[in-house]
Design a protein around this ligand. Structure first.
Ligand code: CP
Ligand code: NVA
Length: 304
């Protein structure tokens, strides 16, 4: 069998990536207009969550139902994974019973190990390293609200975290310029930056990053499992808040995106996230449509 995983945006080429976004918008239209698209009756998605989630869980579970299939939620609390059953064994067993899997976990190595021992496609639903499903939704949202992202300038503010790494991958696949402003010591993955240096400008000055940008984006300063660093990080990142003053330096029609959950008054001011330039609700909804397009691509190109 040909097996196709989605562990990073770099697992799709530029043409496939564009097709995924187009298909996601089409599936959205079909969903909104009540056009039946139960393309995968009886297919089952296994959903392994080792970290909390609202959007990812609901979008995958609802998406699979809309495609005519079903989804099974698997958390470490309720499976033997939480009692130390090896990942390789778990992956072999679970993948012998489902048609496709999504995994949210901490280390990317664990995700890779899961994929290495899976008999069905594995989707990365977030690791400490990256969050590629979110980027499909982000690019879809920009395309729908502002047109093609190719050749545009995107500004990332704040932590050089998993979302930031996925923006770097997206800059390569979707062909845009990326300016990243982080505090010293919070830069994104060094190897990834080196690999895509032609797309990137790494800065420490938020205003310089945002100047004339088409898209301004950020993420929480405190990712899951960094809760104990909350106070220290609030001080370290204070100058990187996306507020009206900062947005005024971007293009007048610049879009603001945030993968959510958001913390108003920290990484973003309420007037920006709840204001007219914000596309965060469309962005959250687009997780549903983009992942349906992704499931379709992976199931169709991984025939048993
Ligand atoms: N953006 C995102 O992945 O949200 P959840 O953590 O709620 O799934
Ligand atoms: N960087 C955040 C993203 C949440 C969707 C985290 O890892 O918690």
């Amino acid at each position: 069998m040909t097996l196709r995983h989605f562990l990073s945006l770099l697992d799709v080429d530029a043409q496939e990536a564009d097709q995924l976004i187009e298909r996601a918008s089409k599936l959205k239209h079909m969903q909104r207009h009540g056009t039946a698209h139960a393309l995968f009756p009886n297919k089952v998605l296994g959903m392994v969550f080792e970290k909390p989630s609202t959007r990812t869980r609901v979008s995958f579970e609802a998406g699979m139902a809309q495609l005519g299939g079903r989804a099974i939620f698997l958390s470490p609390n309720d499976t033997q994974l939480g009692r130390g059953e090896p990942i390789a064994d778990s992956a072999r067993v679970i993948s012998s019973m489902v048609d496709i899997l999504m995994v949210r976990t901490s280390s990317h190595t664990k995700l890779q190990e899961f994929a290495d021992h899976s008999a069905v496609p594995v989707i990365n639903a977030l690791t400490d390293y990256n969050h590629p499903c979110q980027l499909l939704a982000d690019v879809q949202t920009f395309s729908e609200l502002r047109g093609a992202i190719q050749g545009r300038t995107v500004a990332w503010l704040g932590d050089g975290n998993n979302m930031c790494n996925s923006y770097i991958e997206a800059a390569a696949v979707f062909d845009f310029e990326l300016r990243i402003a982080t505090p010293l010591g919070f830069e994104p993955n060094g190897a990834l930056c080196a690999q895509h240096a032609d797309r990137l400008t790494l800065l420490h000055d938020p205003a310089a990053a945002v100047r004339n940008a088409d898209l301004v984006t950020t993420d929480t300063w405190i990712s899951m499992r960094q809760e104990q660093e909350k106070q220290q990080r609030a001080q370290q990142f204070a100058l990187y808040q996306v507020n009206a003053e900062l947005m005024a330096q971007a293009k007048p029609d610049a879009l603001f995106l945030h993968c959510l959950p958001a913390y108003r008054g920290q990484e973003v001011s309420a007037e920006v996230i709840d204001g007219p330039q914000s596309g965060v609700w469309e962005q959250a909804e687009n997780r549903l449509h983009a992942q349906k397009a992704l499931i379709e691509l992976l199931l169709q190109s991984s025939q048993r």
